[in-house]
Design a protein around this ligand. Structure first.
Ligand SMILES: Cc1cc2nc3c(=O)[nH]c(=O)nc-3n(C[C@H](O)[C@H](O)[C@H](O)COP(=O)(O)OP(=O)(O)OC[C@H]3O[C@@H](n4cnc5c(N)ncnc54)[C@H](O)[C@@H]3O)c2cc1C
Length: 435
């Protein structure tokens, strides 16, 4: 039986390990930390007893790779699926302006939803509608060098429509400003979200803490298929000869009994592994932080699952039942700020947007993820490596691989599936050559 070592236990590593397990390949997964999940995990907050995520994760119906992976590991029911797109946008004073797809058949449900979106003027809604009607015909070549902001201005989107509609969408999907984000990558995801049927644009949320939502099921699926997960066991070096990876050095041992290896670690971690950078050239990426602020209230008055804030430094509020989570994406300017200063901002925004007073707050916990996602600029398009490397038995996975998607769960899972499929193809080719 062929054996594959998978380095890294985030979405990408778990997806590749699960698809290989499904195909009957023996998997050994090495994870440097004592837990699975990478940049998407949960843990118990000792002071409140709540299970909290390192950061709220949103998926969408168009995350077909992720939804397939969740089904494969038996975790499809651990997600909450909207039946149609609904986002509550909120202005100061808790003025809720819903973007709500109607009950009409697709695409009229989305069109009527946009036409009824009251945060922008009727004229702006018409421009928005024109934008979406033109979307199927937009050509990547024509916008290749543009940023998202340049693209939106070219398509006659007003400053108000940019603030009250586009800004939250862009920062939520790409975790960077529209002045930096690549129009090409944005266009790709808009097409996936809005041109692929009713379910594609609906929001999908984890039902439980992230680790319970997918890590536990993934670990179980791999173990039941005969795979092994070793953690904590970080890889420190790679030894290759000619076109073959020969040995993996970990903090505990040297491993040489494998047929294939998949690296499923982000580039910033992989470049610390000896010889990795000699095999895979630097893709020239930089990273953007996300701040998650978990707040426990005396009384949780929020009724819906989540809210997008218009004109605030805080982009989203998620209702987690026993607490709420405020998300600040593209959080470079906050990352080095003292916790007191960040708490102050959150308290002010809760007062302004939801009329929650300071004395209604029991406690606040701030989680800073410095390198949450890579920044999808035009400069990195074409520089992201593919699944194959120059070594015939060494493959790459991770959200940063060239999947055509931004730094998301969907990109990570797709990259993992692609790496697993490449190995299976190799095995089939070897078998056909030998008969
Ligand atoms: C706060 C936050 C919010 C986010 N929100 C969203 C969202 O709403 N929607 C969305 O789609 N995406 C979101 N993302 C992005 C998403 O989490 C990532 O794109 C995805 O989790 C990346 O998965 P990965 O497997 O490629 O990498 P990682 O999750 O980084 O996994 C890599 C793993 O490799 C391990 N590792 C590193 N070095 C070594 C080594 N030398 N040896 C062995 N193991 C090693 C790490 O410990 C880690 O477990 C968010 C990210 C953050 C941080």
């Amino acid at each position: 039986m062929a054996k594959c070592i998978v380095i890294g236990g985030g979405f990408a590593g778990l997806a590749s390990a699960a698809y290989l397990t499904k195909a009957g390949i023996k998997v050994e997964l090495l994870e440097s930390s004592p837990k699975l999940g990478g940049r998407a995990y949960s843990f118990k907050d000792e002071s409140s007893g709540s299970i909290i995520d390192n950061g709220q994760h949103i998926m969408m119906g168009c995350y077909t790779e992720t939804l397939d992976f969740m089904k494969l590991i038996g975790a499809g029911d651990n997600l909450l699926y909207q039946d149609k797109l609904k986002i509550n946008f909120v202005k100061e004073g808790f003025k809720v302006l819903a973007l709500n797809a109607s009950r009409l058949p697709y695409p009229f449900n989305l069109i009527t939803g946009l036409l009824n979106y009251k945060a922008i003027s009727p004229k702006e809604r018409i421009s928005l509608l024109k934008f979406f009607l033109k979307l199927p015909f937009q050509k990547v070549n024509e916008i290749k060098k543009l940023t998202v902001r340049e693209f939106l201005l070219k398509e006659n989107q007003s400053e108000n429509a940019i603030e009250a509609f586009w800004a939250i969408l862009v920062v939520g999907a790409l975790n960077t400003s529209m002045e930096k984000a690549s129009a090409e990558i944005f266009l790709n995801i808009l097409k996936r979200i809005f041109l692929s049927g009713n379910a594609a644009s609906a929001i999908v949320l984890p039902k439980y803490g992230l680790s319970e939502t997918y890590c536990v099921s993934a670990g179980k699926f791999i173990a039941e298929g005969g795979g092994i997960i070793n953690m904590p066991e970080g890889v420190t070096g790679l030894i290759y000869e000619g076109m073959l990876l020969k040995k993996i050095i970990t903090a505990k041992r040297i491993i040489d009994d494998f047929d294939f290896v998949i690296s499923a670690v982000p580039f910033f971690a992989a470049e610390k592994i000896k010889n990795f950078s000699l095999i895979v050239p630097h893709p020239g990426m930089s990273f953007s932080p996300i701040l998650s602020v978990h707040v426990w209230l005396k009384e949780n008055k929020f009724k819906d699952d989540f809210y997008g804030l218009i004109g605030s430094e805080v982009h989203w509020i998620f209702n987690r039942g026993d607490h709420i989570t405020l998300v600040i994406s593209d959080a470079g300017r906050f990352i080095d700020k003292e916790r007191g200063e960040i708490s102050e901002l959150v308290i002010n925004e809760l007062q302004k947007f939801a009329d929650i007073k300071k004395d209604e707050i029991i406690s606040i916990k701030i989680i800073k993820e410095k390198r949450a996602t890579f920044i999808p600029t035009n400069d990195i398009n074409g520089k992201r490596p593919g699944t194959k490397t120059n070594l015939s038995n060494f493959f790459l996975a991770g959200d940063w691989i060239d999947t055509g998607l931004p730094s998301t769960i969907e990109s990570a899972v797709k990259s993992g599936r692609l790496a697993a499929e490449m190995i299976l193809k190799n095995l089939i080719d070897c078998y056909s050559d030998s008969v």
